[in-house]
Design a protein around this ligand. Structure first.
Ligand SMILES: *Cc1c(COP(=O)(O)O)cnc(C)c1O
Length: 391
């Protein structure tokens, strides 16, 4: 199959013979304008208003998390989840090198150091067996806490990321976390609508976080969510993301260093309307993935399918190509012809800020980084805002 056949197929599928086809743009097909007008008409556009609570409830109901606490974006949500897992300066956090920068940045905000562990080829997410191997070789228990024997730093958290919406092997991962008594915090920013063995991603660890950035499956313009089943932690999360203000009718007293990480009512209103479309979004995205899958069968490109016993949201569809040279050729030709494609993120351990961090052998992450190409994945709504590509 030539790259031109791929381009033709994408253009035909999106019914877009000429115009630019983005990788993933939002669809506003429900109550978005109604709820936004409601905010303006009621004057509640900022930090107070009913949509924040409604949006939290919608996310808790959808994911099955007992509690959901809104935040201004996914990065902020992850920062708070790490802090509330008692991550401290100079701890070490085990995560994957194949992820978006937000994962590593949130770790850095706490003053902790990321340690990069390989991913599995079947999930593109953190590998439980690679984690176990690294821990066996490098860690020891001291007073019920795992420590890095060499650096004497505490191993304070494990942060898997469900890459492009495909769930990590959570049962195996949680078993390793439990054995070493390390809390697991799921970066589920990309996996709203993805299920692992029937359970939504982001509710299996101590915390999970979601993102509602403009390119995610559901958007608030910008937004995030902290998921947890622990009531006390949820209360703390609400408190600390809202400047840690002690509730009072007029006094301004704060009892902790807090963050102005709250989500605005306007953003939450958009999120509420978008969540109502989730069943449709998931259905359409899975249909598109099935179409791609059959198109790429018996071709030189391998379509990346959901892992066993999982149901993925197929946030960004992935093809794996033969090698780095092919990848670069595919990226160049498609983008030049107005069909947006993208490589995986540069691996975290190769970036200037993180290149001194400890990094286990990562052959799978390196193999995948050379071969991943994301292809257009927006929800297809016939006739939707033709010729508008506001992103
Ligand atoms: C999108 C994303 C986030 C959060 O991003 P925000 O833009 O801050 O909402 C975090 N981690 C991953 C892996 C992401 O893709």
């Amino acid at each position: 199959m030539s790259v031109n056949e791929l381009i033709s197929f994408v253009r035909e599928t999106f019914n877009e013979p000429e115009a630019f086809i983005p990788l993933h743009d939002p669809r506003f097909i429900g109550n978005e304008k109604k709820y936004l007008n409601d905010c303006i008409d009621s004057n509640f556009v900022s930090s107070v208003g009913e949509y924040v609570g409604k949006f939290e409830k919608a996310c808790a109901d959808y994911t099955g998390a007992k509690y959901a606490v809104a935040a201004m974006n996914g990065t902020a949500a992850l920062h708070i989840a790490l802090m509330l897992s008692d991550v401290e300066r100079d701890d070490e956090i085990l995560t994957q090198p194949l992820t978006f920068i937000a994962t590593a940045n949130a770790i850095a905000y706490t003053g902790a150091h990321p340690v990069f562990i390989d991913v599995d080829k079947e999930t593109m997410g953190l590998s439980p067996s690679a984690l176990q191997t690294w821990l066996n070789e490098n860690a020891e228990m001291r007073n019920a806490n795992a420590y890095n024997k060499k650096t004497n730093r505490r191993l304070a958290a494990v942060v898997p990321m469900h890459t492009f919406g495909h769930p990590v092997k959570m049962n195996e991962l949680m078993a390793v976390c439990e054995q070493w008594n390390i809390p697991c915090i799921e970066d589920a920013a990309e996996s709203l609508g993805s299920y692992y063995h029937g359970q939504h991603t982001g509710i299996l660890g101590k915390f999970g976080i979601l993102s509602f950035n403009g390119n995610k499956i559901v958007t608030c313009g910008g937004g995030g969510m902290i998921l947890t089943n622990d009531e006390a932690l949820a209360k703390k999360a609400k408190h600390i993301t809202t400047q840690a203000k002690v509730p009072h009718a007029w006094e301004f007293v704060h009892d902790h260093i807090g963050y102005n990480y709250r989500l605005t009512n306007i953003s939450a209103a958009l999120g509420c309307a978008q969540m109502e479309s989730m069943p449709f979004f998931i259905e359409e995205k899975r249909k598109l993935a099935a179409k791609y899958k059959s198109f790429f069968e018996n071709s030189e490109f391998t379509f990346f399918s959901e892992p066993a016993d999982c149901q993925s949201n197929y946030w960004l569809n992935v093809i794996l190509v033969k090698d780095l040279a092919t990848r670069n050729e595919v990226l160049k030709t498609t983008n030049e012809k107005g069909v947006m494609t993208r490589p995986a993120w540069e691996l975290m351990n190769r970036l200037p800020m993180f290149k001194e961090c400890e990094c286990a052998p990562i052959p799978n992450a390196e193999w995948l980084a050379d071969r991943i190409v994301n292809i257009p994945s927006s929800v297809i709504v016939p006739g939707y805002r033709k010729n508008i590509t506001g992103r």
